[in-house]
Design a protein around this ligand. Sequence first.
Ligand SMILES: [Zn+2]
Length: 271
Amino acid sequence: MRHLLAGLALALAPLAPQAAELPIFDAHVHYSHDAWEFMPPKEAIAVLRKAGLKRAMMSSSNDEGQQRLYTEAPDLILPSLRPYRSRGDTGSWMRDASVIPYLEERLKKYKYVAIGEFHLYGADADLPVPRRMVQLAKQHKLFLHAHSDTDAIERLFKQDPGARILWAHSGFERPEKVVEALRRHKNLYCDLAFRSDQASGGKVSADWRAAFLEFPDRFMVGTDTYTPERWLYIVEHANWSRQWLSDLPPAVAERIAYRNGEAIFGSMLAR
Ligand SMILES: [Zn+2]
């Protein structure tokens, strides 16, 4: 993916001035323990500003990382609470009962816009720990940022029909499947993190274009810095996003670039 993105960026024509100025709401950034030394908070914030980000929806394993960033730049960081204390929790958290008191303790102490990003597939969504997490999100009026298949998304909505879900990577589903899910659930939103199939050479594919035009209010972009080195690609990702977004009608491009994220999450911390 690194090479793919780098290659794409090189192959693209220079940005039109208007597109170059498009602010970006990056809905999928992590600042986990191994990134803290690689890129200390002040440097990390400088990268986000250099990328022209209006906001970054941030989560970290453990939560301490993003709290440092939030202290550094409360205007820029929207914290989301992961159920992970270290990177290795990705595949085990849903059976680890100690996750719940951890979430409860953090929710008491800090403000968030979401719980996630978490990894959860199929019937695991109905295990007691995820069930309790869904209830906590409901109680605190938070989004769920779910890296999940369609089955798990359906189960989460069954548990709480009023849930609001940001579907990480749009589930890595085909655009037709994403559209079907968006039609079923009015509170489902999608990030496009770590995907590049929506556009090639700055041109948006026909099936994704149809999805964006039918649901211009439900998509946002994201880098997904799931390893520390990915922080080096935040600027490039923002520029690549501006490039392909400029192939859409300007009002739609602006929504996906930053207006959706801003409208949905922008004022949540002020409550
Ligand atoms: Zn992620």
